[in-house]
Design a protein around this ligand. Sequence first.
Ligand code: MN
Length: 245
Amino acid sequence: MRILVANDDGIYSPGIAALARVASDFGDVRVVAPDVERSSAGHAITASRPVRHKRTDIFNGVEAFRVDGTPADCVALGAHLWGHVDLVLSGINLGVNLGNAIWHSGTLAAAKQAALLGIRGIALSAHSPVQQGDFSGIEPWARRALEAILADDEPALVNVNLPPQPRGLRWTRQAVDRYNGRVVESEDPEGRQVFWFTVAPIDAPREGTDLWAFDAGWVSMTPLRLDLTDHEALAAAPDPARALR
Ligand code: MN
């Protein structure tokens, strides 16, 4: 199995090194990742200029390339260069991607780009204390989650979030009832107003959601789809010809 590994924290993140190690247990691995951090880049692609890649030998015997592009660029380029890819793994992100936060996530976008290309995509994110760079407690659980997901051919797109000291694996749905985006006003050293776009913890996420599972200590695995259509609204939508009369 050919496994392309990408992320949005950049190729020098300890999270992608951990994921490359885990991925090597499942097949042939190649790393293609942004040369700098592109967190919160969402599913942006680089269309106004060409993209370049450079070989980077930092992963013990694993072929790796750093790219001056977005996470989605890295997957598109990686799949193009390798010819055939069976699976794209993205992460392990330094910080969670839960609920409506996944709209901004570059980590998930890399997995979504795979799904758009007809390749299976799995995004993995971990709790922020992992920012210290120690993935020793997380790696076995990333491996377990991948074993559980890859045991079947479906689902094609999965968002995985790993809490500290997990108690097990859970399939979940995305928490959509609240958006935790928050604008925090501050001042720069010159006294000029600046704004931080950040997140605030939300209270009481609903049972069965990714946020709920993560808070309860479960590894959350959410199957996702690319179709954003509101099928109920489509079925109930009035005939537009009537409105024109
Ligand atoms: Mn990130």
